[in-house]
Design a protein. Structure first.
Length: 314
């Protein structure tokens, strides 16, 4: 297992190298001059001399290859550069906003997992029942609704009309509910159907039939024998979903004025703040890779066959 983890971490290095190159190229080739925008923000006249001076201060007058080389050298020692506008270290700004984004994403994952387990188990216990039919309709509706639109609807109903929950902000559980539900709504429906399909397939296995013949109830067979095997595809899918939620939280954070990385990224894009955009992409790539690694380890813990296969390979 230790060798496997080390190999995965070593495999992260070329991935980050490619991501750094792509993110640098994309940000540099986007239209707009950050020097001009910076002068306008400072209230200065964007003359040719002023723009040239700012570009020289920011290092934008150098060839792209030299800009990337200098940036990558700083990256190797953990320096993501400084923001063009706040002039604060990029890593410090990202770490300041990262807890809010992780809090929202983990809360949305908890909502998705709780709803998926409840609906998936209930639907698999009585296939064709009203819970099964409801979960199918719920999955169809959830896939069709954009998360930001659902967030606006929930805000209008529960914050404006009923005034049960606050509309924006961060700091308390009521403020977390609406954005977490909006972000986890679709994932809950998809994983409920995935879990139900896995449970139904496992319930037709000889192991489940033998357990029923021994006198175990349908719920006992479902929880003891079918659920551990059926969780493997769900856990794998949840790992990918977590990564997508980290990136998809941008719109939800904007709708609910959640002070996370989403708002920071939107501001950086409008301001052409290249170091901040590149730092965001790299941090998200690292988090996504670590989530995938954690998913593989959880799957190996749930399924002994994976651990035995690894042992034979060694």
């Amino acid at each position: 297992m230790a060798r496997y983890i080390a190999a995965r971490f070593l495999g992260l290095l070329p991935t980050l190298l490619v991501i750094s190159l792509v993110s640098f190229a994309i940000t540099q080739l986007t239209p707009g001059d950050p020097a001009m925008l910076l002068l306008q923000q400072r209230g200065q006249d964007p003359t040719g001399d002023a723009i040239s001076q700012i570009r020289q201060e920011l290092g934008l007058d150098q060839p792209l290859a030299m800009q990337y080389l200098h940036w990558f050298q700083r990256l190797c020692i953990g320096d993501l550069g400084r923001s063009y506008y706040s002039e604060e270290p990029v890593l410090a700004e990202i770490l300041l906003r990262l807890p809010a984004t992780l809090e929202l994403t983990l809360a949305a994952m908890l909502v998705a997992l709780t709803v998926a387990l409840a609906l998936g188990l209930s639907a698999a216990y009585r296939p064709g029942g009203w819970v099964d039919r409801f979960s199918k309709a719920y999955a169809l509706v959830a896939i069709s609704l954009p998360a930001y639109w659902l967030g606006l609807v929930l805000m209008f109903v529960f914050a404006v009309q009923l005034q049960w929950l606050p509309a924006v902000g961060r700091g308390s559980l009521p403020q977390l509910l609406l954005p977490a539900i909006s972000l986890g709504f679709t994932a809950a429906a998809v994983h409920a159907r995935l879990l139900c399909s896995g449970l139904l397939e496992s319930g037709r296995s000889p192991c489940a039939e033998f357990a029923l013949a021994k006198g175990l109830t349908a719920w006992q067979v479902l929880l003891r024998h079918s659920l551990p095997v059926s969780l493997l595809p769900v856990v794998t899918s949840l790992g990918s979903t977590f990564g997508h939620m980290l990136g998809g939280a941008v719109l939800i954070e904007t709708v609910f004025a959640w002070p996370g990385l989403g708002k920071l990224l939107v501001d950086a894009i409008f301001n052409r703040d290249y170091p901040l955009i590149q730092g965001y992409v790299l941090v998200m790539a690292v988090l996504y890779t670590l989530v995938n690694l954690s998913t593989d380890l959880v799957c190996a813990w749930l399924d002994p066959r994976l651990r035995l296969g690894e042992g034979r390979d060694r």
